[in-house]
Design a protein around this ligand. Structure first.
Ligand SMILES: Cc1cc2nc3c(=O)[nH]c(=O)nc-3n(C[C@H](O)[C@H](O)[C@H](O)COP(=O)(O)O)c2cc1C
Length: 193
């Protein structure tokens, strides 16, 4: 059975450079033989996490849908924009809700545990969102994900893509695709045990 990857961008805006970067990494995963599901977090709006809200209403349907979807995949590929040296609230809030209990005896954290993951980032600044990428790695590691060492941060991202939304520099594109390929290889290694 093909490796299945869930790809998620921490920006839901039209023209997001992180979404464009994610799409390039996805091309690498597809070329390596994976099936990839790319979700837009615009399709899964969630309230800010609040434990009183959770007690009263439970885990929202959109979070449950994301949990179910994640459970059908072997790995998580994340593009994490840089907001003031960290990841966006949209991305962290989504992950926080996904980590909440699926059923009374099962934690959403189990979805992340021992699941291969990769993080990339793009920003208009020179650092390419490296602080966001590193911080998001830390979140996923805390949840038990197997965050692969391969990653990519794209600086000056507003100048990096052509009208076709592909990276202008083929060498850079190859490095981004290599992250997707590495994630697929990690999934295969985990399956082999
Ligand atoms: C609140 C906020 C803080 C930001 N802080 C940074 C930053 O520290 N470094 C940086 O390079 N870009 C920063 N940016 C710019 C974003 O990286 C830029 O808007 C980028 O396009 C967001 O990613 P997207 O294109 O995928 O939506 C910030 C943007 C916002 C809205």
């Amino acid at each position: 059975m093909a490796v299945r990857i869930l790809a998620m961008c921490g920006s839901a805006r039209v023209g997001s450079v992180n979404q464009k970067l994610l799409n390039v990494a996805v091309q690498g995963a597809l070329a390596a033989g994976a099936q990839v599901t790319v979700v837009s977090l615009r399709d899964y709006p969630l309230p800010f996490y609040d434990s009183d809200l959770e007690k009263e209403l439970g885990v929202p349907d959109h979070a449950r849908r994301l949990q179910a979807l994640f459970g059908e995949h072997d790995a998580l590929l994340v593009a994490s924009p840089d907001y003031n040296g960290g990841y966006p609230a949209l991305l962290k809030n989504t992950i926080d809700w996904m980590s909440r209990p699926i059923a009374q005896v099962r934690s959403g954290m189990e979805l992340f545990a021992n699941t291969p993951a990769a993080v990339i980032s793009a920003s208009p600044g020179p650092m390419g969102g490296i602080r966001s990428m590193l911080a998001m790695r830390g979140v996923l590691e805390k949840l038990g994900a197997l965050v692969i060492p391969q990653s990519f941060t794209l600086g000056q991202a507003y100048q990096a893509f052509g009208d076709n939304n592909q990276l202008n520099n083929e060498v850079v594109a190859g490095e981004v695709k290599a992250v997707g390929e590495a994630l697929v290889k990690c999934c295969r290694a985990v399956r082999q045990g």
